[in-house]
Design a protein around this ligand. Structure first.
Ligand code: SAM
Ligand code: SF4
Length: 460
């Protein structure tokens, strides 16, 4: 009788290849919070297969580049850094370089990586993170490179629960509640690279959050491209209420929301659901109804303003932030002025603004009337100047107030003795304090308020 070879666990195959104490993994992350969360799973998987953690790519035998495809600039930056890894591979032939993230789900990029970057061993799209062990085992076993053709954008990939997560912060955690996007905003690549929308079971989300709260995590951010369309045995507002019942001293945030799906029930959660932080990030993209139509956003300015009004009726101090795209094809001076008028009217606490970047395969990439780059840049400057004034004015009333701040750690600019944290509304605060306060809530009296940050002193 023919002998059937016993099936080997791919993770075991990788473990046999890994040299204990010597083989290390380096994960480099570009892009959004979803990518940061995905990187924690990539790292978790690599550590579970025996790799240690490397501080630099030169020190690593496995390099995973978690890429972003949202704008051309992000792609070019990743490609340039991947190009630099050629020397790492030349120095150590055991090095395996994998390109993960949204670029790995773009067929033309996969083709490009295969042809022009011979030292890249594999690509792995975001929906298939769980296949890292089998992909890696295949590369090690066959000594061949692996470039899987990305799934069709119509695919609904399964949700893989139970992937080990190596969280990079002990006091803050990302919790993905859904993956993918069905909205097809005409400028956006996300639905093509992250597949159709799918929500995790509420039980899985709740048990993950219970575990985090029990381990002392102080801030949890629910992630999804459009969390408002979360659906399992409850909707998003239902999920937020259930999280509110979990014991612990933690703040709850979520992103991102789509104005077309914001419900009254969700708005009613503010001020009533324990843990829920008074902060709402609600991308508007443009203040012109004509441009919003061309973007396929499926709301108009009036609908957006009514959400803002209802949110502020519940909590006048709620922090409101938004995203705006400048220079979308066909954006006239009048359309752009309408965006500035909207910023003056709503008075967001902060706005993240982007110059439109055509993405191959999206409808807007074929639209006529591109806005010349110098016009987009000039518009961007005006928008930034206006929003800077508004943000400074919004922060000024905080002067003299004492706020509860979650300290994240030393200031990223490295100023000795200065720590950084966030208020409940998500505003950045710098203050002198000993390093031991990192990861704890502290009371800070605000004595300076600029457009982008507050400064203060510890009061306890
Ligand atoms: N799902 C979220 C949403 O609907 O806002 C986040 C999408 S994306 C990761 C974050 C922001 O990038 C978007 O809100 C949009 O302002 C911007 N963006 C997306 N595609 C873009 C493009 N092609 N050019 C410039 N900015 C873009
Ligand atoms: Fe992109 Fe629109 Fe989906 Fe956000 S909602 S990820 S902008 S398609």
């Amino acid at each position: 009788m023919e002998k059937i070879p016993a099936r080997t666990d791919p993770a075991d195959e990788v473990r046999r290849w890994v040299i204990p104490g010597e083989s290390r993994v380096y994960v480099l992350t570009f892009g959004c919070q979803q990518n940061e969360a995905d990187s924690e799973r990539l790292l978790g998987l690599a550590l579970s297969m025996g790799y240690g953690r490397a501080d630099t790519p030169e020190d690593a035998e496995l390099i995973l580049v978690n890429t972003c495809a949202i704008r051309e600039h992000a792609e070019l930056k990743a490609l340039s850094i991947i190009g630099g890894f050629k020397h790492v591979k030349e120095k150590n032939p055991r090095v395996i370089i994998g390109v993960c993230g949204c670029m790995a789900a773009e067929p033309h990029r996969v083709e490009d990586l295969k042809r022009r970057y011979p030292y890249v061993s594999f690509t792995l799209e975001p929906a298939k993170i769980a296949s890292l062990p089998s992909l890696l085992a295949g590369v090690i076993r066959t000594k061949k490179r692996a470039f899987l053709l990305p799934d069709e954008p119509t695919a609904v990939p399964p949700i893989d629960e139970g992937i080990p997560v190596e969280r990079l912060s002990r006091h803050k955690a990302w919790v993905s509640i859904m993956y993918g996007c069905n909205n097809f905003c005409t400028y956006c690549i996300v639905p093509y690279v992250r597949g159709r929308e799918r929500s995790r079971e509420s039980g899985e989300v709740l048990s993950e959050i219970k575990g985090l709260a029990a381990s002392g995590v102080k801030e949890i951010t629910l992630l999804g491209q459009n969390v408002n369309s979360y659906r399992s045995d409850c909707d998003f507002a239902g999920l937020v209420r259930r999280i509110g019942e979990i014991e612990g001293d933690f703040r709850l945030r979520f992103m991102t929301s789509h104005p077309k799906d914001v419900s009254d029930d969700l708005i009613a959660c503010f001020g009533t659901v324990p843990h829920l932080a008074p902060q709402f990030h609600l991308p508007i993209q443009s203040g012109s109804d004509g441009i919003l139509r061309k973007m396929n956003r499926r709301y108009d300015v009036a609908r957006y303003l009514s959400i803002v009004e209802r949110l502020r009726a519940r909590d006048p101090a709620i922090t409101l932030t938004s995203d705006v795209i400048v220079g979308f094809p066909g954006e006239s001076d009048a359309d752009f002025e309408a965006t500035l008028d909207l910023l003056r009217l709503v008075r967001f606490d902060a706005v993240y603004s982007f110059i439109y970047s055509p993405r191959r395969g999206t409808p807007a990439a074929e639209y006529p009337d591109p806005v010349p780059p110098d016009v987009s840049r000039a518009r961007m400057r005006r928008l930034l100047d206006l929003q800077c004034e508004i943000s400074a004015e919004k922060n000024r009333p905080l002067l003299g107030q004492t706020l509860r701040v979650l300290c994240d750690g030393p200031s990223p600019d490295g100023t000795p003795g200065i720590m950084t944290g966030r208020t409940a509304g998500g505003k950045l605060v710098h203050f002198p304090a000993p390093e031991e306060v990192a990861g704890t809530f502290v009371q800070i009296k605000i004595d300076r308020a600029d457009a982008f940050a507050l400064r203060g002193t510890l009061t306890e």
